[in-house]
Design a protein around this ligand. Sequence first.
Ligand SMILES: C[S@@+](CC[C@H](N)C(=O)[O-])C[C@H]1O[C@@H](n2cnc3c(N)ncnc32)[C@H](O)[C@@H]1O
Length: 237
Amino acid sequence: MIKFLNCKIDISKGVFQPRIETEFWTKKAIEEIQNKTIGLSRRLKILDIFSGSGCIGIAVLKNVKNSFVDFVDFDRRAIEQIKANLELNGISDHYQIIRSNLFEKLKGRRYDFILANPPYVAQSRIFEVQESVLEEDPHLALFGGKDGMKYIRIFLEKVAGYLKKEGIFYLEFDPNQKQEIEEICHSQNLSVRFYQDQFSKWRFLRAHKAKQTCQNAQMPNVLKRNSKSEFRNNDQN
Ligand SMILES: C[S@@+](CC[C@H](N)C(=O)[O-])C[C@H]1O[C@@H](n2cnc3c(N)ncnc32)[C@H](O)[C@@H]1O
């Protein structure tokens, strides 16, 4: 059993083990989502795509009262693990679990927030990956094609079609991918800001559609300050 923010996460069905870098940005995303619910009468729609164990979406449901989460993964083991983890955390409603290849089964859906941790390890750098990781984590969860960008490219080309007008997305990536991601974002008319993780490595981005909202958009306070955690730390590692 792993702790992810204030959630219990089981990975015994053979899904990807959540990392503390993911926990780091998920906490910030949740703070932004919490702020967005203030004074809002409707439920915010969140997509946890590439959900694996479901850790990101479960943390959202546990910490944001007015949220509804769609969980999306292609791996059948992940679908079963998400169900088990929702139960483990006492969550019985305000979610849907969808087995889908990327956005394929999400036609017509629009989200306030999309949170994504895709497989992004470059197959060409497999020799740099620890043996224990290669043994324990499913390879479908680790590798994003030869350069690691396979899913990130598709995600960035399609994500705008699944965001509400003022929708925001967070995406985790490998530090080496920052420049190419920046170029793709510009070509897709996405307004993007990059952030470092707790180890000072470029690790995640926050972005939205560049038209209208972008020029006036500001970085949320949760990303400006180095805020102390209101969640318990992950004591794995
Ligand atoms: C790096 S893991 C992230 C898991 C979890 N969100 C986390 O942060 O710990 C990537 C996940 O993407 C899923 N995945 C791989 N290819 C996919 C695809 N084409 N469509 C949807 N999910 C996919 C894998 O099954 C895996 O669970």
